[in-house]
Ligand binder design. Structure first.
Ligand SMILES: [Zn+2]
Length: 142
């Protein structure tokens, strides 16, 4: 059963979760984000999720892993507000250490949420993903 804090469908095009607009990721990003998996990203002040996640929320399917991913992206959104856009972009593209730190901070939110739900964090899967091309293989450097 979904709770009051779960994402709410406002129109067929977007949802609201904790005051943040959630949209379906556009198809042209599917080369990088598999639409059949749980994927999400922050762009401007919104969170874009894969069709799999969007459809779960739209159909009010309880999926803790999708909510955990939203918690992760919310940390990215909050961190983004702390830096000027230019400085953040520069740090992101020039520093693997910065990218890793940002991901670990966001993963902490995921871990907290999953722990509240008495679920474990998929460490192996996450480590593999952080070592992938999507994350510019920065985890391999440490
Ligand atoms: Zn992230």
């Amino acid at each position: 059963m979904l709770t009051a804090t779960d994402p709410v469908l406002v129109t067929p095009k977007y949802l609201i979760y904790e005051g943040i607009t959630i949209r379906k990721m556009p198809w042209f990003l599917w080369f990088a984000f598999n639409p059949k998996k749980r994927c999400a990203m922050v762009y401007n002040s919104q969170i874009y999720v894969s069709p799999k996640i969007f459809d779960f929320f739209r159909d009010r399917v309880q999926d803790y892993l999708s909510i955990a991913l939203l918690q992760h992206e919310i940390v990215h959104l909050e961190r983004k507000k702390q830096f000027s856009q230019l400085k953040r972009r520069w740090e992101y593209w020039s520093s693997a250490k910065f990218r890793l730190k940002e991901e670990l901070l966001a993963d902490e939110a995921t871990m907290r949420y999953l722990k509240e739900q008495k679920l474990s964090f998929p460490i192996e899967k996450r480590a593999k993903k952080l070592s992938s091309a999507l994350y510019l293989r920065f985890a391999n450097k440490y």
